[in-house]
Write a protein that binds this ligand. Structure first.
Ligand code: NAD
Length: 521
């Protein structure tokens, strides 16, 4: 391959992760500790086994081999972690914003010092390819720096004067909070929740996903090495219906930031109701990418292929429904199919691979089942060709385009959460909007058109929390992130994160001797 093509393919890779053999050797080195001893909870700064002594096996998505045992937490471990978070809260929340800022920047420094280790472990534990996981630590560190810089002003409020009173608002940390994360891009997603919580002055109990638990400990270790006081960030491993449930039910935990499936969000809302838990939910998506016939076809094609096949399609903002105007439908789909066949499937640590193994045999089975569902529904399944060297005994699947579908088919309605794209033709703008909004989800949507008025009209009409026009998903940290309908409750990002992790207080001061009704006189 020409050097410039090679360089283009490896844009964004940490230089130290650009060689497959080096990555394999690094993974043996970095994974050895997880095989040698169980991965424990981190409670009050201390690695802690489950009170029950129970562990579960963490398995490689690459070949199903056992990566190591992980402590299986339950209510007793969550209670210990919540107590540690409660004990640490007073001192941490009383620190000045400047003090928190300094510590959180140091956390970012330590994350960056361990960036290749984090990238390799994340890739090996999730199956998402190093091409994308290489930036896991970089993006995690950026999240810490962004919220660190905002810590000093987090408690600021508004002045709202009235005729007789000066009202002013201020914010303070809500208390210890629970953060529950899914198995896709777990390191980056965890930092996205944990960094603003810490910047706000909250203490945290983090329950990572049981299918990709390892990098949660790397994050907590980085935080401890950076000088975060013991008990400010605690980790309890385990399953959703034990450790996760106990966290959502614990009375000392004031709020739950949750990223995961919509059905789990419903369960958490019910579990948290008796303790009046504040919740923030980032849930599933079935995001449309709408390509009008006046769009820049080359860029639209690049974005469509990128947004479904990057990160194994295991990303909440993937554009998994391709809505193409009828006049260009066949030609555009033919070009997507051509790209689909050329997307390389391979070992996640191979820098040339785009798609790696899916996270777990159960998830892989679910994704594959949609091929049968599509055929049974009468659609056409265009599968990509597996890369010649791809191993066959893990959770492998191939990039897939489904054509000949209609909007109410299951493949056009349900979140598949894999590298599977369902194409749907539309006739005109109104038809595109109708099809795009005809789903339970409303996380993100993408519009491709060269007509500026249409871009705005369609953006306003789409029922989704985030719209990109003539672009793939590009995050800007001050902007709000979240969805409508079954895709979530609330927003985070920028100041929205502080609104969630803090209580707003209004103080009203009389400016004069205004009238007070004299009762009983
Ligand atoms: P999941 O809902 O199965 O699990 C997520 C987390 O919740 C895990 O840590 C799990 O142990 C825990 N959990 C499960 N049941 C629980 C319960 N009853 N109480 C408390 N915790 C419980 O989701 P997943 O399969 O790990 O992740 C994939 C899903 O996440 C997809 O639907 C995807 O769209 C969604 N997701 C959304 C976003 C977003 O920003 N909207 C981002 C990433 C992933």
């Amino acid at each position: 391959m020409a050097a410039d093509a090679q360089a283009r393919r490896h844009v964004g890779l940490l230089p130290q992760t650009a060689d497959f053999a080096v990555n394999l050797e690094a993974s043996r080195r970095h994974l050895a500790r997880f095989a040698a001893a169980p991965t424990l909870h981190l409670i009050g700064g201390v690695p802690t086994a489950s009170a029950s002594g129970e562990t579960f096996s963490d398995q490689s998505p690459i070949d199903g081999t056992h990566l190591g045992e992980v402590a299986a937490g339950d209510a007793a471990d969550v209670a210990a972690a919540a107590s540690a978070a409660q004990d640490a809260f007073e001192e941490w929340s009383a620190k000045s914003g400047e003090q928190r800022k300094r510590i959180l920047h140091t956390v970012a420094d330590v994350i960056m010092a361990r960036a290749d280790e984090i990238a390799i472990v994340e890739s090996a534990d999730t199956g998402q390819t190093i091409r994308f996981m290489s930036s896991a630590a970089v993006r995690g560190a950026e999240n810490f720096r962004f919220f660190a810089d905002r810590a000093p002003a987090a408690s600021d409020g508004l002045a709202l004067p009235s005729e007789h009173h000066l009202n002013y608002t201020s914010r303070r940390a809500i208390g210890p909070v629970g953060v529950i994360t899914p198995w896709n891009t777990p390191f980056m997603l965890s930092t996205w929740k944990i960094a603003p919580a810490l910047a706000a002055g909250c203490t945290v109990v983090h329950k990572p996903a049981e299918w990709s638990p390892l990098t949660a400990n790397l994050l907590a270790e980085a935080a401890a090495d950076a000088g975060l006081p013991a008990g400010v960030l605690n980790v309890v491993h385990g399953f959703g219906d034990t450790a996760g449930r106990a966290l959502t039910e614990h009375p000392d935990i004031k709020a739950i930031a949750f990223v995961g499936e919509s059905a789990t969000g419903s369960a958490i809302q019910a579990q948290g109701a008796p303790t009046l838990k504040r919740v923030h939910f980032e849930l599933g998506g079935k995001n449309p990418v709408i390509v009008f016939d006046d769009a820049d076809m080359e860029r639209a094609l690049d974005a469509v292929v990128f947004m479904i096949y990057s990160l194994n399609g295991e990303r909440c903002t993937s554009s998994s429904r391709l809505l193409v105007q009828e006049s260009i439908h066949d030609e555009f789909c033919a070009r997507v199919a051509e790209r689909t066949r050329a997307v390389p499937v391979g070992h996640p640590l191979d820098p040339d691979a785009v798609i790696g193994p899916l996270i777990h045999p159960r998830h892989c089975e679910k994704v594959r089942s949609y091929m049968d569902i599509a055929r049974a529904e009468g659609a056409i399944v265009v599968e990509g060709t597996p890369w010649a060297d791809a191993p066959r005994d893990g959770n492998w699947t191939v990039p897939t385009l489904i054509t000949g579908a209609s909007p109410r088919m299951r493949i056009a309605q349900e979140e598949i959460f894999g590298p599977v794209l369902t194409a749907l033709p539309f006739s005109d703008e109104a038809d595109a909007i109708k099809i795009a909004n005809d789903t339970d989800y409303g996380l993100a949507a993408y519009i491709w058109t060269s007509e500026i008025g249409r871009a705005h009209r369609v953006a306003q009409a789409l029922d989704a929390g985030m719209i990109w026009v003539n672009s793939q998903n590009v995050r800007h940290l001050p902007t709000p992130f979240g969805g409508t309908k079954a895709s979530g409750i609330g927003r985070d990002g920028g100041d929205w994160s502080f609104d969630f992790y803090m209580e707003t207080k209004n103080t009203s001061i009389a400016l004069d001797t205004h009238h007070i009704a004299r009762l009983g006189v």
